[in-house]
Design a protein around this ligand. Structure first.
Ligand SMILES: [Mg+2]
Length: 236
């Protein structure tokens, strides 16, 4: 059985470091199990969040929604995606017209195989990050931006990830692409499993494979790492 985990919001609080007690538990839990990660973040952020030990103990890590693949600490595969001037213009318009209460720097980040865009800016302090998330849950600004990007650039896909940003990449190069790479039964844990969330493509694809009897799949939609922790305790 492959145990596939999202990271942000599933193994850690959003953008924060893993809980030290859960880290110890999880390191133990990983022993003799095939554990694989799939996240929208890049390697540096993930290592910062889960720590070097957990990151290297995983059988494989799919960073940037599967657009950068690491095994044994080495980058073994990557996809290319360049931010076009047209997309950059649209994102700059979003920054200008965003109705979010406060804005900070670092809105556009080019990662391997994807562009991460944050209307509030990734340099925001933790408190502003949480306020934005609360505000956006009602305002649904990020969902609107995702729809606008996909309307204007049908060759692209945009999904809401984490608390303050969206991920943009060529159509189909979402988290679901990792399933093509993995064989056998999969148990997946994710927190953004609803339509528009960055775990949704993987969930949708797994449900299809399950219906067609192509793969045995187990899905766990969690609200936080506490949920994940409770479920994992049952596997002991
Ligand atoms: Mg997540």
């Amino acid at each position: 059985m492959i145990y596939l985990f999202d990271i942000d919001g599933t193994l850690t609080p959003s953008r924060l470091r893993i809980d030290p007690e859960f880290e110890q538990f999880f390191l133990q839990w990983m022993k003799d199990r095939e554990v694989i990660f799939v996240t929208g973040s890049d390697k540096e952020k993930t290592v910062e969040q889960v720590g070097e030990k957990i990151w290297t103990r995983a059988s494989r890590v799919y960073q940037s929604c599967g657009n950068a693949v690491y095994q044994g600490g080495q980058l073994i595969q990557k996809n290319h995606f360049d931010l076009s001037p047209e997309l950059k213009t649209l994102l700059n318009e979003f920054i200008m017209y965003s109705e979010c209460p406060e804005q900070f720097d670092n809105h556009i980040e080019e990662r391997i195989g994807l562009v991460n865009f944050s209307p509030i800016g990734r340099s925001c302090p933790q408190e502003a990050r949480e306020q934005y998330y609360k505000w956006d849950t009602k305002a649904k600004e990020r969902q609107t931006f995702c729809r606008m990007i996909e309307d204007k650039f049908p060759e692209l896909e945009a999904t809401v990830g984490g608390q303050i940003s969206i991920d943009i990449y060529p159509k189909g190069q979402n988290k679901a692409q990792v399933l093509e790479d993995l064989y056998g039964p999969i148990t997946f844990f994710g927190d953004k499993c609803q339509p528009g969330g960055n775990d949704y493509p993987i969930v949708e694809s797994m449900c299809r494979q399950l219906e067609q009897n192509r793969r045995h799949c187990v899905l766990h939609e969690v609200k936080s790492y506490h949920d994940t922790w409770n479920i994992l305790k049952e596997y002991k």
